[in-house]
Design a protein around this ligand. Structure first.
Ligand SMILES: Nc1ncnc2c1ncn2[C@@H]1O[C@H](COP(=O)(O)OP(=O)(O)OP(=O)(O)O)[C@@H](O)[C@H]1O
Length: 261
């Protein structure tokens, strides 16, 4: 049975007197896959930071994996959350091998030092690399990979610990069309599996929403414009309101595209 993995009530974040998130009510269940869309500066990354237990709300309550932020030891919570973002990727040493980049997630570190890894971790890392089409890359240096390959390594690292919540901040940003389609297909397969954890993905483009995603949250200026199942929340009308321009949305076989009218 599905359980609640995120429960935000009246969540606000204020920085330097600016309200970045304003009174957000949002909940995510373990069998849901959410996309977060909104203009630059809408507060998407800030919301993801709270979901990652990396930031506390200024006001309101945020429960992550049924633990209340502010009352739980976040260092116990974080290993249960997979998080892939450009900021995380910057912490990965360029000369780290791909296998170690994924393996070190088991110890929540970046950069292999002298930890002793269990054989079971090693087998799991090999399996995760294969799942993300990286089996030929295990010995390559992270810094020598293409953008598309690096993005897949970041996700492989994020799922290495078998998390209960997977957070992806713009996983397809900067990819060429082929690499994007490859990644979106892999994410679609992953999202469609009942064995996968709850997923929350921030993106700028509806074209990057993989098949199998179930819900959307549209944010503008720190406010929720729409939130709910894709069919209700991801509409031309709601997108137009979110981006402040007339937008046409088309959907085919579970993939979307959008353009200004
Ligand atoms: N520590 C901070 N202090 C002050 N303002 C901040 C801080 N962190 C973020 N902001 C501001 O909060 C707003 C929301 O930022 P956030 O990164 O969450 O937006 P976003 O929707 O992810 O944007 P983008 O799509 O451009 O990545 C921005 O205007 C940003 O400048």
């Amino acid at each position: 049975m599905a359980s609640t993995v995120l429960q935000f009530q009246g969540v606000s974040v204020v920085r330097d007197g600016n309200t970045i998130l304003d009174d957000i009510d949002w909940s995510v269940a373990s069998d849901e896959r959410w996309v977060i869309l909104g203009p630059n500066g809408a507060g998407k990354t800030t919301l993801l930071q709270i979901a990652a237990a990396a930031m506390h709300p200024t006001k309101g309550t945020a429960e992550v994996l049924q633990e209340s932020l502010g009352k739980v030891d976040v260092f116990e919570l974080r290993p249960m959350i997979g998080f892939a973002s450009t900021a995380m990727a910057r912490k990965i040493p360029r000369n780290e091998s791909v296998i170690d980049t994924v393996l070190t997630a088991a110890y929540s570190v970046t950069g292999r030092w002298n930890e002793e890894y269990e054989e079971i971790d090693d087998r799991r890392a090999q399996r995760v690399l294969a799942e993300w089409k990286l089996e030929g890359f295990a010995k390559r240096r992270f810094g020598s990979l293409s953008d598309g390959e690096q993005k897949r390594v970041q996700i492989a690292r994020a799922v290495m610990t078998d998390p209960e919540l997977l957070l992806l901040d713009e996983p397809a940003a900067s990819l060429d069309l082929g690499a994007r389609e490859e990644l979106v297909a892999l994410l679609g397969g992953y999202a469609s599996s009942p064995a996968s954890p709850a997923i929350v993905m921030v993106t700028h483009h509806v074209e990057e929403i993989p098949q199998g995603f179930t819900h959307a949250l549209l944010l503008a200026d720190g406010h929720i414009v729409a939130s709910g199942p894709l069919a209700e929340a991801l509409t031309a009308e709601k997108l137009s309101e979110t981006f402040g321009m007339q937008i046409e949305l088309t959907e085919r076989d579970g993939r979307f595209s959008a353009r200004a009218v």
